[in-house]
Structure formats: structure tokens, C-alpha cells
Design a protein around this ligand. Structure first.
Ligand SMILES: [Zn+2]
Length: 118
């Protein structure tokens, strides 16, 4: 990863870690962890739910599950990017093994492919 300076790498790592922290928070707000996997929180929070509560819960189930799976997907991408930093393979396209443009990494530090293989 000679095309990325140590300063740039440190910045990218800080960006990834900050995003991972905020994803952790969002996941804790919108989902719950079951068997070490994030799930949409579909549990009824009230006691005796009246019909309008039930409708709210259904809506929550519909909206939160895709959100949580989206957040979880992004979380995994970030974990993988941090792992690549530790292994020294960060910033290299996983398809063609060419260096990924620094502008692209600054836009999305978790990118694992070059523009051509996005
Ligand atoms: Zn490529």
C-alpha cells in the first residue's frame, strides 16, 4: 500500500472507527443481538397492546429489519476494512489487486474494490 501515506492511513482508520462506533449505537437503538447477530427489534414494548399499538409494532418490524440489516452489513464492511489495515492489504482492489484511488477511499474508507470493479 505504498500509494497511501501513513498519515492518510491513520485518518482513514479514525474515520472507520468513528463510523463503526456510530453504527454500534444505531444498532443498539434499532435492533438487538441474537446469537451474536443483529436483528431488527420486533418485540412489543407495551403490555396489553391495543390495535393501534399492534399496527405501530408491525410498522416498526417492517422498517427496522431492513435498517438493521443495512447497518449490520455496513458494520461488517468496516470491520473487514480495519482487518485489511492490520494485515497490510488495505487500499488494494480485491478483484484486480491494483491500488484503490485515495479519493475513492476518502469517500468510502471501507471500499474494497477499485472504481472499475465497484
Ligand atoms: Zn479492480
Amino acid at each position: 500500500m505504498t500509494h497511501i501515506s501513513e498519515d492518510e492511513l491513520n485518518d482513514l482508520r479514525a474515520t472507520l472507527e468513528a463510523e463503526r462506533d456510530s453504527l454500534d449505537e444505531e444498532l443498539a437503538t434499532h435492533g438487538k443481538k441474537i446469537d451474536n447477530k443483529w436483528q431488527g427489534d420486533s418485540e412489543s414494548k407495551g403490555e396489553e397492546a391495543d390495535p393501534s399499538d399492534a399496527a405501530d409494532n408491525i410498522e416498526e418490524l417492517v422498517t427496522n429489519v431492513p435498517l438493521v440489516s443495512e447497518l449490520d452489513k455496513r458494520h461488517k464492511e468496516i470491520d473487514a476494512a480495519l482487518e485489511r489495515m492490520d494485515k497490510g492489504t488495505f487500499g488494494v482492489c480485491s478483484v484486480c489487486k491494483e491500488p484503490i484511488d485515495i479519493d475513492r477511499l476518502e469517500a468510502n474508507a471501507a471500499a474494497k474494490t477499485c472504481v472499475a470493479h465497484a
